[in-house]
Design a protein around this ligand. Structure first.
Ligand code: TUI
Length: 307
C-alpha cells in the first residue's frame, strides 16, 4: 500500500511502531523495520550513550529505515537530540513536549522529523517549524496522553495541516487501520499490539496482562499532577488514585510511580509496577511476530478498504 508516508520514509507498509520507553529496544525496532513497517527505538528516560548504542545495534540488525523517539521530558534530551543527528537516524519522532528547538539541527542532518501532537495548535506549529509529518495521538493511547480522542483529533489535524498525518491511539487491527485512513491519516502508529510481539523484550507477565485485559481495564494516573499516564489497573493504580483523590502531594505520588515502568517491563512486577498500555489492550489476543502482526493488520485493512 502506497501513501505519502510510505513514500516519505521509504517503507513498505504505512505502519509505525510506537517509541515506547523501556519497551521499544533495538530488537523490537529492527524486527518491525525488517517486517516492512517503521521500527522505533524509544529513548524514554534513558541516557544518551544508551541511545547511541541502541542505534548502532539496530543498524547491524536491519538495512531498512528505522527511527528514534525522543521523550522531551528526558533530562538528557539535548544530548540525545545531538546523537540522533550525529548517527543520521532516518526518522525522529518526539513525545511529551514541543521539539521546535531541535528541528533545524535534525533537518540539516537529513533526519525526517515527526512530532507527536495532541492538539491542532501544536500540529500547525510543527508544520510551520518544518516537520515532515505529525503523529496525531488520541487519549486512547497508553502512557503519557492528551485529552482529545483519536476519532476527533485525527480529522481536525488532517484539515489543519498539509503535511502527512499518522493516526495513533486505539489502533490495534485492520479495522482501526481502515478507520484511520477514513479519518484522513496517511499511516498508523501502534504501540500496545507491538508490546506483545515475540521480538519484544518485555517480561512475559506484562504481555500476559495485556492479553488478559478487557475493554475497561485501563486507568489514567497523574491527572492531578499534570502528567496523565494511561496504565492497566493494578494495586499500584488503586493506591495511586486513592491518594490522588485525597489530594496527596506531587512528591508522594511520584514516590509511587518512580521506576515503576522499569519494574513492570524488566522485573515483571505487574502488581506494583506501571503497566502502560492503551485502551485497545482488549483487542490484543496473542503473542505474534512483528511480521504476523503487520500482515494481519494489512490483510484486514485491505479487505475493508477494497484495495
Ligand atoms: O510521549 C508519549 N507517551 C509516553 S512518554 C512516556 S515516558 C514517561 N514516563 C513517566 C512520566 C512521563 C513520561 C510514556 N508515554 N506520547 C506522545 C505524546 N505527546 N502524547 C501526548 C503528547 C503531547 C502532549 C502535550 C505532546 C505535546 C504536548 O504539548 C507540548 C507543548 O509544550 O505544547
Amino acid at each position: 500500500m502506497k501513501t505519502r508516508i510510505t513514500e516519505l520514509l521509504g517503507i513498505r507498509y504505512p505502519i509505525i511502531q510506537g517509541g515506547m520507553a523501556w519497551v521499544a529496544t533495538h530488537e523490537l525496532a529492527a524486527a518491525v523495520s525488517n517486517a516492512g513497517g517503521l521500527g522505533i527505538i524509544g529513548a524514554g528516560g534513558a541516557p544518551a550513550d544508551w541511545v547511541r548504542d541502541q542505534i548502532q545495534k539496530a543498524k547491524q540488525e536491519t538495512g531498512q529505515p528505522f527511527g528514534v523517539n525522543l521523550m522531551l521530558m528526558n533530562p538528557e534530551a539535548d544530548a540525545i537530540a545531538e546523537v540522533i543527528a550525529e548517527e543520521k537516524v532516518k526518522v525522529v519522532t518526539t513525545g511529551a513536549g514541543n521539539p521546535a528547538k531541535y528541528i533545524s539541527m535534525w533537518k540539516e542532518a537529513g533526519v525526517k522529523v515527526i512530532p507527536v501532537v495532541a492538539s491542532v495548535a501544536l500540529a500547525k506549529l510543527m508544520e510551520r517549524g518544518g516537520a515532515d509529518a505529525v503523529i496525531a495521538e488520541g487519549t486512547e493511547s497508553g502512557g503519557h496522553i492528551g485529552e482529545q480522542t483519536t476519532m476527533t483529533l485525527v480529522p481536525q489535524v488532517a484539515d489543519a495541516v498539509s503535511i502527512p498525518v499518522i493516526a495513533a491511539g486505539g489502533i490495534a487491527d485492520g479495522r482501526g487501520f481502515a478507520a484511520a485512513m477514513m479519518l484522513g491519516a496517511d499511516a498508523v502508529q501502534m504501540g500496545t499490539r507491538f508490546v506483545v510481539a515475540k521480538e519484544s523484550i518485555v517480561h512475559a507477565n506484562y504481555k500476559e496482562k495485556i492479553i488478559k485485559a478487557k475493554d475497561i481495564d485501563s486507568e489514567v494516573t497523574g491527572r492531578s499532577t499534570g502528567h496523565p499516564i494511561r496504565v492497566l489497573r493494578n494495586k499500584m493504580t488503586r493506591e495511586y488514585l486513592k491518594k490522588e483523590e485525597e489530594g496527596a502531594a506531587f512528591e508522594e505520588l511520584e514516590q509511587l510511580t518512580l521506576g515503576a515502568l522499569r519494574k513492570a517491563v524488566v522485573d515483571g512486577d505487574v502488581v506494583y509496577g506501571s503497566v502502560m498500555a492503551g485502551q485497545c489492550a482488549g483487542l490484543v489476543k496473542q503473542e505474534e511476530t512483528c511480521a504476523q502482526i503487520i500482515e494481519d493488520v494489512m490483510q484486514g485493512a485491505k479487505q475493508l478498504l477494497g484495495e
